[in-house]
Design a protein around this ligand. Structure first.
Ligand code: GDP
Ligand code: GDP
Length: 443
């Protein structure tokens, strides 16, 4: 499939300049299809590992009113062909009415969109870049086509959108992101939960350990291992202890140490003692992990000691939903570090969490979803007018971070935000994933 991006914006924002930069020396103008005006340039560019078709809607010689109406037609046609719209403003000038007009066309099309503020080479562009938020197209990318600033960010955003759309269409993305990069993993828990035993079990089953002892003298106390053929960098709390012993420090790990491990990691396994589950310290650490936005997986350790295993799972699931509502649906995986049981399932849970933590949802899908959510359960009235939620987009992954635009962000109740966050988790199948959700003002 050819992924097509239309570069859209009012005249003079720098669309052609950006088009030329993205297409680069590989400039290969694609034959325009019949019926299209000659003013619309089309070319294929190689961005990342992908071949992306770009449409430039600039290049009109007209002047005055003619120009805008011509541009409108041009732009409509280009948007119609596009899988993604790259909307450009001139950040030095900020958002002016002509930008609003083109933005309206993009919005009405329902196509996914990336917004960039061009001419960002100087500080004078900063306020204008912020204004771009008000368009409701998510976080604007700072760009200077002429000075080649931000081109990497623009191509990365395009590639991401292309991959997300491939995935959504079930075509699979061309580059499996992060496959080769080791997954950063930390294992935390209160004293005696069984962390060291688990780390040893993971390392022990794997014969590919490197640098376990060397870790004592290294700054980052990490062990490299492989699980099911995937590289992992494991923050080694046991190693941290050895290091402390060497340095003559007390052996108890403080919250600061847990935090260090958590910040190192992409996914954190919280080890709890299934016989004494969800004590205050467990919850404190869980809360830290979630607040740091890390993927969390809970290992129910010492499962070998549990009698009524089936009843226990149910009981622990209920406790967890009640005590950790911030991470609804977090994976609970029974293991025995001591007996090396359940480790494959635990690690499968870890990899799945890492995948979800990296997930990107296409804007168009999110907006359809938002409409349904608002319809099913409208936001409350404030001062006689119903709060409006018009648009949302995922501005970041790792963890998934969303921005929604609301007529009066400060007045939208917490409970409504929880409704949306829990809905996202459920409808887009991201159980237990820490989700960040921000509101911005926008009609
Ligand atoms: P288009 O009409 O949107 O295609 O805009 P052009 O690409 O033709 O650019 C309009 C004007 O803005 C030209 O004079 C460009 O040289 C200038 N321009 C483009 N990009 C930048 C930039 O990053 N910084 C500055 N300062 N000027 C730029
Ligand atoms: P840490 O303080 O979290 O690193 O905990 P340790 O790994 O030192 O384990 C604390 C105690 O729990 C030790 O006596 C372990 O042998 C025991 N333990 C750890 N995992 C298991 C397990 O899966 N089953 C049982 N029965 N005991 C375990």
């Amino acid at each position: 499939m050819t992924f097509t991006v239309a570069i859209v914006g009012r005249p003079n924002v720098g669309k052609s300049s950006l088009f030329n930069k993205l297409v680069g020396r590989r400039l290969a103008l694609v034959d325009d299809q019949p019926g299209l005006t000659r003013d619309r340039r089309v070319a294929d560019a190689e961005l990342g590992d992908m071949r992306i078709r770009l449409i430039d809607t600039a290049g009109l010689e007209d002047s005055g009113n003619e120009l805008l109406s011509n541009m409108r037609r041009q732009t409509m046609a280009a948007i119609g062909q596009a899988d993604l719209v790259l909307f450009l403003i001139d950040a030095r000038e900020g958002v002016i009415p002509a930008d609003q007009m083109f933005a309206g066309m993009v919005r009405d099309s329902g196509k996914p969109v990336i917004v960039a503020g061009n001419k960002c080479e100087g500080r004078a562009a900063e306020p204008g870049l912020m204004e771009a938020y008000s368009l409701g197209f998510g976080e604007p990318i700072a760009l200077s086509a002429e000075h080649a600033i931000g081109l990497g960010d623009v191509s990365a955003a395009i590639v991401e959108a292309a991959e997300a759309q491939c995935e959504a269409r079930g075509e699979g993305s061309e580059v499996e992101e992060g496959d080769e990069r080791p997954l950063k993993l930390a294992i935390v828990g209160r004293p005696n939960a069984g962390k060291s035993t688990l780390v040893n079990a993971l390392l022990g089953e794997e014969r590919m350990i490197t640098g376990s002892e060397a870790g004592i003298t290294r700054d980052a106390i990490a062990n490299d291992l492989e699980w099911a053929g995937r590289p992992i960098e494991l923050f080694d709390t046991a190693g941290l202890r050895r290091k402390m012993r060497v340095e003559g420090k007390a052996e108890t790990l403080s919250v600061g140490d847990a935090l260090r491990a958590i910040r190192f990691a992409e996914v954190v396994v919280l080890v709890i003692d299934a016989e004494r589950p969800f004590e205050k310290q467990d919850l404190t650490i869980a809360d830290l992990i979630i607040r740091e936005g890390r993927g969390i997986v809970i290992a129910l350790n010492k499962w070998d000691l549990v009698r009524d295993k089936q009843g226990r799972v149910k009981e622990l699931r209920e406790m967890c939903e009640r005590l950790l509502p911030q991470a609804k649906g977090v994976p609970l995986l029974p293991i025995s570090g001591l007996k090396s049981k359940g480790l494959d399932a635990l690690m499968a849970g870890v990899f799945e969490m890492a995948r979800l933590w990296n997930k990107r949802l296409p804007t168009a899908k999110l907006n359809d979803w938002l409409i349904d959510m608002v319809e099913a359960h409208p936001p409350p009235h404030v001062g006689g007018r119903r709060l409006k939620l018009r648009y949302m987009t995922q501005v970041n992954a790792r963890p998934p971070t969303f921005v929604a635009f609301c007529s009066k962000p400060k007045d939208l109740p917490e409970s409504y935000i929880r409704y949306l966050v829990n809905g996202l988790r459920e409808d887009f199948k991201m159980p237990g994933v820490p989700i960040r959700f921000n509101l911005r003002k926008g009609e």
